[in-house]
Design a protein around this ligand. Structure first.
Ligand SMILES: [Zn+2]
Ligand SMILES: [Zn+2]
Length: 471
């Protein structure tokens, strides 16, 4: 256990630097033991040179399975393979084939394929970013062997998390697994990552102030778990990364390092919380919804963080819309008596979501309140309106988020993501149905303003393509 001092409010102080976080554990006033299972971080220019030594210091067995795709294999995979071999490891290569859009996708079938190819190895090293990390992490977890990751792009926060995002049965699912034992982030490699991947990393990171607000809101209205500690780990790093957004646009090495560290801390914050909640709110549901509907709409899935960045501007705007409502306008009797019955809501969700309709209906069921509980929630909201907004002080304004993303030349409209205004509106209204987690999208629905707010929120978000005709 740590001897870190406690903050005034009784919560333990948790390191905000990665080296000190490695192997960290502390008991917390929230009732949880917050812990990080990562033993080592290798971050810096030339860090890849230490991969063999690092693996030897953590792992005594000698058969390594290396997961990469065609691009990451040439960027760093062959290098990692040679270094592991010269450190005494036997390496089995698993090159994940490209799918639609000329890149691999994290599907359940692909996880099974990786497992089949690497089931005789003693540990897995993934060399890649989002998809390759999800595949390597989940396959190693299911095989019950340790996991190491060599990052090739600062494109998302999943390197250090203990979850993987996988498409299964048409639904984008967040599956519990384990953290890597070591993370290698060679800044020389990361600075050469394509600009759109760096921009995606910033987009994923910029969701934090808004997803943390959802984490808090759910706790206030639905009594779910909340602890401030996970958010504190990443708050300052997120602000530092936002401050150097403009430098990211031209590949500044310091800015790349700051972004990388913030993303690694963000992944750690999810492990500390024991769920993705601090880093995945309504904006992530919108992005996941775009992924889930991609195939049917003949689109290729976009980059996670790029989508999340745009969706975050939208949910931040929704918070601002709700903030200016008057609690006196909440007509509890009408809201309770006119909402859809559970059976009608289930039928509507099933009809709306096609192949994943039943699964979505089950998810919605998880956050459906009975009439008494719904009435109680509305009464609480009405009588604690100002307190609720005070508790959401971590929110960043939509304008500020947009400015940060624009400074790094990240997409800030659906058009830049290859999506239409109608697709944005539909996801704004219905993405909440794909997951049982309560977010600001559900808050708007519970207040009975979700549908009516759509046109104004989307217009105020400035995320529409510009013509707005489809709305
Ligand atoms: Zn805690
Ligand atoms: Zn994310």
């Amino acid at each position: 256990m740590s001897n870190e001092q406690e903050n005034n409010d009784g919560y333990p102080a948790v390191p905000t630097n990665l080296e000190k976080l490695a192997g960290f554990a502390t008991r917390c006033a929230c009732g949880k033991i917050h812990s990080i299972d990562i033993q080592k971080f290798g971050i810096g220019e030339g860090a890849i040179g230490h991969v063999g030594e690092l693996a030897n210091s953590l792992i005594t067995v000698k058969k390594a399975g290396l997961v990469a795709d065609a691009i990451t294999l040439s960027v760093a995979g062959h290098d990692v393979q040679e270094r592991l071999q010269s450190s005494g490891f036997e390496v089995t290569l698993c090159v994940v084939p490209d799918g639609e859009g000329g890149r691999p996708h994290a599907t359940y079938e692909t996880v099974l394929d990786v497992e089949r190819q690497l089931h005789q190895t003693d540990f897995i090293v993934a060399v890649g970013s989002g998809t390759i990390n999800d595949l390597g992490k989940l396959a190693s977890y299911r095989l019950g062997i340790p996991y190491l990751v060599v990052a090739t792009a600062p494109s998302m926060n999943g390197y250090t998390s203990a979850i993987a995002a996988i498409m299964k049965d048409g639904l984008k699912q967040t599956v519990d697994c384990h953290q890597p034992v070591a993370v290698i982030a060679d800044i020389d490699i990361l600075k050469r990552a394509p600009a759109h991947l760096v921009q995606a990393g910033l987009g994923d990171l910029e969701s934090k102030p808004v997803s943390t607000a959802d984490f808090m809101l759910s706790s206030l209205l639905r009594g779910t778990y909340y602890c401030p500690v996970p958010g504190q780990v990443v708050a300052e790093a997120e602000a530092r990364a936002a401050a150097c957004a403009a430098d990211l646009a031209h590949g500044d090495i310091h800015a790349i390092r700051v972004l990388t560290e913030a993303l690694l801390l963000s992944g750690c914050s999810m492990k500390l919380a024991g769920s993705s909640s601090p880093a995945s709110g309504g904006e992530h549901l919108i992005s996941h919804y775009w992924d889930m509907t991609a195939q049917n709409e003949n689109r290729v899935e976009g980059f996670h963080g790029a989508q999340v960045g745009v969706a975050t501007i939208v949910t931040a705007t929704l918070y601002e819309y709700l903030r200016q409502l008057s609690p006196d306008s909440i007509d509890i009797d009408t809201l309770v008596s006119t909402r859809l019955s559970a059976a009608d809501e289930r039928r509507a969700v099933i009809k709306r979501h096609g192949v994943f309709g039943e699964l979505a209906a089950d998810e919605m069921q998880q956050k459906r309140l009975d009439d008494d509980a719904y009435r109680f929630e509305l009464e609480y909201v009405k009588s604690h309106w100002d307190d609720i907004w005070k508790s959401l002080s971590m929110l960043k304004s939509a304008a500020e988020i947009r400015a940060v993303l624009q400074a790094a030349q990240c997409p800030v409209t659906v058009e830049a993501l290859g999506l239409s205004d109608a697709q944005l509106k539909y996801s704004f209204l219905h993405a909440r149905e794909i997951r049982g987690r309560f977010t600001v999208l559900d808050f708007a629905a519970d207040l009975g303003v979700h549908g009516n707010a759509a046109a104004q929120v989307l217009s105020d978000s400035h995320c529409l393509s510009g013509n707005g005709k489809e709305l």
